[in-house]
Design a protein around this ligand. Structure first.
Ligand SMILES: C[S@@+](CC[C@H](N)C(=O)[O-])C[C@H]1O[C@@H](n2cnc3c(N)ncnc32)[C@H](O)[C@@H]1O
Length: 379
């Protein structure tokens, strides 16, 4: 695509940040790529909500943003008196407590970490919420014991395999699902296997193959990250690129050398310190007189270039996420659910703001609960 790379390299910082945050708005990439079509693909409706205003005291022990997500999620969750409520991967059961107090009902909250269960039980008891926090590995075979034929499964930000497991079990055992998926790449399988027959057929026909690493693109959005975090991440990336330039020169080999990742907060204080650490990891001897400043500048230059060229990837971030959510929707529809897919909150509150709201159709209405009910025009 002649001219595209040159245009991207010439973008100033303001344009770069604007396009990182809003890839579809007034994008100069539209001269080369189908920006409008991609924007239309991700234009999902906001899921309708009941008016829910829990007292602010209920937010005690919950982070501010998480609390707002819970309120937005709960407002979109239809709770029926005759339907057992189960929260999936509940953490301390913040959502479960809120639902229990809002609707005066019992909620079973499944979570595998014993410490979170214990903390959640204390909170539920203190707040008089009718919540049973149960230590349960949802991937284990016995997870089905919590599901009746009519239960309502709810999960706010259940990662990859955990929410896939929810969907698979719900297809056979649940009456309703309210799910905000996240971290699609957290999966044991290295290659993505679509959940729905429809997507499996489509990907086979079109030769579309997604590796686990490809799926990380769907969640690479830093819109809610505090500015300080963004700055620290940018510095770490520039240092990695600077070290890369250095190792190529020292080894005399023009090839990438993977350096292990460092836990948050463990990055050395200076670029020279980072190079010493990285060299040690790779068993590389650095020259005694190292011009660290030169390589630090080179890292910054390369980062500026990478960030600009990556704007092309950013255009496909949300479309991929929506595609994965559509696959989940189709899986539930094929199992006989009526499903809505839309957003449950602004993306500034969480970029993982997609919600699947599904209700098992009365038997006989669909071609078959647990059977394939194609939507018109989708054969
Ligand atoms: C991303 S957190 C979401 C927690 C909560 N829903 C929220 O929105 O704050 C995912 C939770 O799943 C739990 N989890 C991870 N693997 C699990 C498993 N196999 N069985 C049950 N819970 C699991 C984690 O301990 C964690 O609390």
């Amino acid at each position: 695509m002649p001219g595209l790379a040159a245009m991207l390299r010439a973008l100033d910082e303001t344009a770069l940040t604007r396009l990182q945050d809003a890839p579809f708005e007034h994008s100069p990439l539209a001269a080369w790529l189908p920006v409008e079509e991609l924007a239309a693909l991700v234009d999902l409706p906001a899921i309708s909500a009941d008016s829910v205003e829990p007292p602010s005291a209920w937010s005690a022990h919950i982070g501010g943003r998480k609390w707002q997500q819970i309120v937005a999620f709960a407002a979109r969750m239809p709770v029926a008196a005759d339907r057992p409520l189960i929260e999936w991967c509940a953490g301390k059961g913040h959502l479960a407590r809120t639902l229990s107090r809002l609707h005066g009902c019992h909620v079973t909250a499944l979570e595998w970490q014993a410490s979170l269960c214990a903390a959640g039980r204390c909170l539920a008891e203190r707040q008089g919420a009718d919540v049973a926090l149960v230590g349960q590995d949802v991937m284990a075979g016995d997870a089905t014991r919590w599901l009746g034929g009519n239960g309502h499964l709810a999960a706010l930000h259940a990662c990859g395999d955990l929410h896939v497991r929810l969907i698979e079990l719900a297809a056979d055992h649940a009456g309703a699902v309210t799910l905000a998926p996240c971290c699609y790449h957290r999966t044991a399988a290295e290659r993505y296997r679509p959940l729905s027959r429809y997507a499996r057929r489509l990907t086979a026909e079109r030769g579309l193959a997604l590796a686990r690493d490809d799926l990380t693109l769907a969640v690479q959005e830093t819109v809610t990250a505090p500015r300080g975090d963004r700055r620290r991440r940018a510095r770490a990336n520039a240092w990695r690129l600077g070290f890369d330039a250095l190792q190529r020169e020292v080894r005399g080999i023009d090839a990438y050398l993977p350096v292990p990742s460092l836990a948050h907060g463990r990055l050395p204080e200076t670029f020279a310190g980072f190079c010493r650490w990285a060299a040690e990891q790779k068993g590389l001897a650095l020259p005694a007189r190292l011009d660290a400043a030169r390589f630090e500048r080179e890292g910054q230059r390369r980062l500026a270039e990478v960030e600009r060229l990556e704007l092309v990837r950013h255009l496909f971030r949300r479309p991929l996420e929506v595609w994965l959510a559509l696959d989940r929707r189709m899986r539930l529809e094929e199992a006989g659910f009526a499903v809505e897919l839309g957003t449950f909150c602004a993306r500034e509150l969480t970029p993982r703001n997609l919600l699947l709201r599904a209700e098992a159709e009365p038997r006989g209405k669909s071609v078959g609960r647990r059977g394939f009910a194609p939507r018109p025009g989708q054969r």
